[in-house]
Design a protein around this ligand. Structure first.
Ligand code: 5GP
Ligand code: ZN
Length: 114
């Protein structure tokens, strides 16, 4: 369909350790974790950035945050504290051009981020 790494994870072409999945979103562990717990929540529809989602497709955000909500509950992250991060563009360090919410937990997370 396309060359997107995360679309390949969604359709099973590339394996991933999925901790939550429904019809609209997937949450899986990051291959190169930046914290003891590092998950990525992605919508199944492909958009590179939040600003690219058309206004008549805003339910995408409800779906991906539902998946975040489920993963946080399931993995018991509320007790530990967690941070959500969404990068866009080269200056942010975005490496994969498919909307993804980083879920970082399990260590002290300094503020502001670099
Ligand atoms: P970005 O820098 O685009 O915000 O984040 C991309 C994230 O995807 C990085 O944290 C990186 O470690 C992760 N990643 C890259 N390739 C793969 C992969 O093939 N599998 C998984 N599970 N994570 C990946
Ligand atoms: Zn994609």
């Amino acid at each position: 369909m396309n060359d997107c790494l995360f679309c390949k994870i969604i359709n099973g072409e590339i394996p991933a350790n999925k901790v939550y999945e429904d019809d609209h979103a997937v949450v899986f562990t990051d291959i190169n974790p930046k914290a003891p717990i590092h998950l990525l929540a992605i919508p199944k529809e492909h958009y590179s950035g939040v600003h690219e989602v058309p206004h008549d497709r805003m339910e995408l955000f409800q779906h991906v945050f539902f998946a975040v909500n489920q993963a946080v509950r399931q993995e018991g992250l509320a007790e530990k504290g967690y941070r959500l991060v969404v990068n866009f563009g080269d200056s942010s360090g975005q490496a994969v051009p498919h909307i993804h919410i980083h879920i970082l937990s399990g260590r002290e997370l300094t503020w502001p981020p670099g």
